[in-house]
Design a protein around this ligand. Sequence first.
Ligand code: NAD
Length: 294
Amino acid sequence: MAQILDGKALAKRIREDLKKEIDGYLKKGMRNPSLVVILVGDDPASKVYVENKRKACKEVGINSLVFNLPAETTQEELLNLIKKFNEDDDIDGILVQLPLPSHINTQKVIQAISPEKDVDGFHPLNMGKLATGMDGAIIPCTPLGIWIMLKHYKIPTFKRDVVVVGASNIVGKPMALLFLRKEEAPVSVCHINTKNLKNYTKTADILIVAVGKPNLITPDMVKEGVVVIDVGINRTEDGKLVGDVDFEGIKEKAQAITPVPGGVGPMTVASLLLNTVSIYRMKHGFTPHPLTDI
Ligand code: NAD
């Protein structure tokens, strides 16, 4: 029976530690770390994500400024708002919740955020640093959270065969890059145009799945002793949250597995807090937060 990798508990511990750390800064007379979160339109899932981020910030002492902009906000208005916060020294992090309405060019928006304030790590400069293994990359929150979880639960990663299913810029690609940049482990990346997914997943010592399709990964597709990280978030007809893997079936074969909910999701939010505090620390002449400095 697999070990359950409890992201919820680990994220709680990280938040508690961050709260103590931030209390320490406040006692020294420093300001709170601060994060701007911009949501355009009223996509219900995005609203929930933004609310979770706001609550988590509040809990640890990060000032969050949440902007709920109407769906008809123009690209220019959004870019102007970003520019204003880029220039505001009291703002550490800027996050624009994706997806954006179709009349706004997402690439332009990502590139408009100052790379130093890019808490999501989606700016090409941060992605480029991550890809080339250069110092100082801000690492996208979901891959960072997964990395922290693997290390915390002492899952060996060196020379393991890693398979990432899903190749988005938000999860799959930066996840694969984390294993590649220091040649930690070989990585296969699969996506919609992978001819025979099972051929790849069967080889995995560590299988990370970020697709958005319930039961995409079934027990026959994995080998005995695999570590499975399930990033997917899917809502079933009866309103339950499930991931991309057949959790019940696979937990009999796996060495370790993340649950949904309570696995990767809370770690993603914790990583957002860590990235924000890391930027704050560097602005004040300190080292980056050790958990983000990987
Ligand atoms: P996306 O839609 O941008 O990318 C999906 C990827 O899956 C693409 O690369 C696509 O080619 C691939 N894909 C689609 N069908 C496939 C198939 N049949 N076989 C193999 N690959 C296939 O999605 P995303 O933003 O990367 O998110 C993926 C999932 O992870 C979603 O369910 C999302 O809700 C979830 N997610 C969770 C968190 C978290 O914190 N837990 C964070 C981000 C995303």
